[in-house]
Write a new protein. Structure first.
Length: 131
């Protein structure tokens, strides 16, 4: 297991944040925990990963995240099981958006029952009209 911590400059998160968790630790995935940190102008990220020798890739992905999101004042813990950079970016964005407590945020998951059918088409039962 490789472990390291990176502190990046970031715009202040601004509003009060709540603790948020996104993802799960499983093969090709990771979990991201967002908590309130100390310094409002930096984002501290602690990484625990099963993939050794990829710190430069992690630094690039995490740096991109800190540039795209006002993450100052946040502390993020990542438990990785070999996720690709795209999955890392996705989970970071999900946890960040979930930490706002605003379900209407971009990237937030829809409430139960509001998701469209997997095919994007209506099923026969959806088309029934009560008489």
């Amino acid at each position: 297991m490789e472990r390291f911590e990176i502190t990046l400059p970031a715009e202040p998160a601004g509003e009060a944040r709540q603790t948020a968790l996104a993802g799960v630790v499983s093969s090709g995935n990771l979990e991201v925990l967002v908590e309130t940190g100390v310094n409002p102008t930096t984002c501290t990220i602690e990484v625990s990963t099963s993939a050794h020798g990829f710190r430069d890739i992690w630094e690039a992905v995490l740096g991109d995240f800190a540039e795209r999101h006002p993450a100052g004042g946040l502390r993020i813990a990542i438990n990785d099981a070999g996720a690709t950079p795209a999955v890392v970016s996705l989970r970071l964005s999900q946890a960040f958006e979930d930490s706002t407590g605003d379900a209407s945020s971009v990237g937030a998951r829809p409430p139960e029952g509001d998701a469209p059918p997997p095919s994007g088409r209506m099923s026969r039962s959806d088309r029934r009209v009560e008489k």
